[in-house]
Design a binder for this molecule. Structure first.
Ligand SMILES: *[C@@H]1O[C@H](CO)[C@@H](O)[C@H](O)[C@H]1NC(C)=O
Ligand SMILES: *[C@@H]1O[C@H](CO)[C@@H](O)[C@H](O)[C@H]1NC(C)=O
Ligand SMILES: *[C@@H]1O[C@H](CO)[C@@H](O)[C@H](O)[C@H]1NC(C)=O
Ligand SMILES: *[C@@H]1O[C@H](CO)[C@@H](O)[C@H](O)[C@H]1NC(C)=O
Ligand SMILES: *[C@@H]1O[C@H](CO)[C@@H](O)[C@H](O)[C@H]1NC(C)=O
Ligand SMILES: *[C@@H]1O[C@H](CO)[C@@H](O)[C@H](O)[C@H]1NC(C)=O
Ligand SMILES: *[C@@H]1O[C@H](CO)[C@@H](O)[C@H](O)[C@H]1NC(C)=O
Length: 217
């Protein structure tokens, strides 16, 4: 009984994982038989540069995600350098609750910094759902003044995807020492963590039940 509940919980959790459709993510962290783990800060255990680097506009570009949950908080951070250790530039100061499953494409994320042509960086996408704890994926980029955001036909939201403004997310914490995978300390930063506390509480007290019920038992 216990093991089948755990199995169902695990299945439901894997369904809640997400992928980065654009720019190319470091690795397919959803693939079977790998050591990737989306719960793992900062990049699910995928090595920098593992899938090369996408040329991304110096004035900011597109990010497309595939979301697999009823609703998802989405944060996009930037880490500067070829092997960033701090993902401390927030590209989503206004963070959103995205409702629906499918592709969520942000046509052009403005940059709060001014990179130079040729600078390397890593886009870190953090999502959080009703469990309150965070999932991570990264995509490595090189800033190019010649690069363009995705065209309209390549950047579309799936039918039924909507996003609701939830609040302001101040700059994410600098270090990787922050316990970002803990349910009581969700992604990004302290203020966001406060706002997510209610979500985390639900997770801590109703976690297995919620997921088992979702599966339809
Ligand atoms: C993963 O490993 C299991 C057990 O070894 C095997 O049955 C399965 O085919 C593997 N899946 C892939 C995609 O390689
Ligand atoms: C990236 O930096 C970390 C330490 O911050 C180091 O352990 C790792 O080997 C580096 N990876 C590459 C590919 O340079
Ligand atoms: C981000 O962290 C790096 C390394 O710790 C630091 O050099 C940089 O100034 C920080 N940037 C911001 C915007 O906080
Ligand atoms: C996010 O949106 C969904 C669907 O509208 C809603 O059920 C959920 O409560 C929202 N989450 C939060 C934490 O506001
Ligand atoms: C950016 O990364 C590429 C490959 O990962 C490397 O060849 C290049 O030297 C890096 N550029 C800078 C400015 O560090
Ligand atoms: C997808 O939906 C979000 C939220 O409504 C919106 O900001 C974004 O522009 C949409 N993307 C496209 C390609 O229309
Ligand atoms: C992170 O949180 C977990 C669970 O709350 C805890 O066991 C672990 O010691 C914490 N790690 C750090 C570095 O604070």
């Amino acid at each position: 009984m216990l093991s089948s509940i755990l199995l169902l919980a695990a299945l439901q959790l894997s369904a809640a994982h997400f992928s980065i459709e654009y720019p190319t993510w470091r690795a397919d962290t959803l693939a079977e038989n790998t050591t990737y783990d989306q719960w793992r800060y900062p990049c699910a255990g995928a090595a920098p540069g593992a899938a090369g680097r996408t040329e991304w506009p110096v004035q900011g570009g597109s990010v497309a995600l595939s979301l697999h949950h009823e609703w998802t908080y989405v944060f996009v951070n930037l880490g500067l350098g070829t092997n960033a250790s701090a993902f401390n530039v927030s590209l989503t100061p206004d963070f959103v609750n995205v409702t629906g499953r499918g592709t969520y494409c942000i046509p052009s994320l403005p940059l709060p910094i001014q990179p130079r042509d040729g600078d390397n960086a890593t886009i870190q996408v953090v999502t959080s759902g009703k469990s309150g704890s965070a999932l991570y994926n990264c995509a490595d980029i090189t800033f190019r003044s010649s690069a363009q955001p995705l065209s309209g036909d390549k950047c579309k939201n799936s039918t039924g995807i909507t996003a609701e403004y939830v609040g302001q997310a101040p700059a994410p914490s600098a270090g990787s020492s922050s316990n970002s995978t803990s349910a009581s300390n969700p992604p990004g930063n302290a203020a966001a963590a406060k706002q997510l506390d209610a979500v985390a509480m639900i997770a801590m007290f109703g976690f297995s039940m919620v997921y088992v019920l979702d599966v339809g038992l």
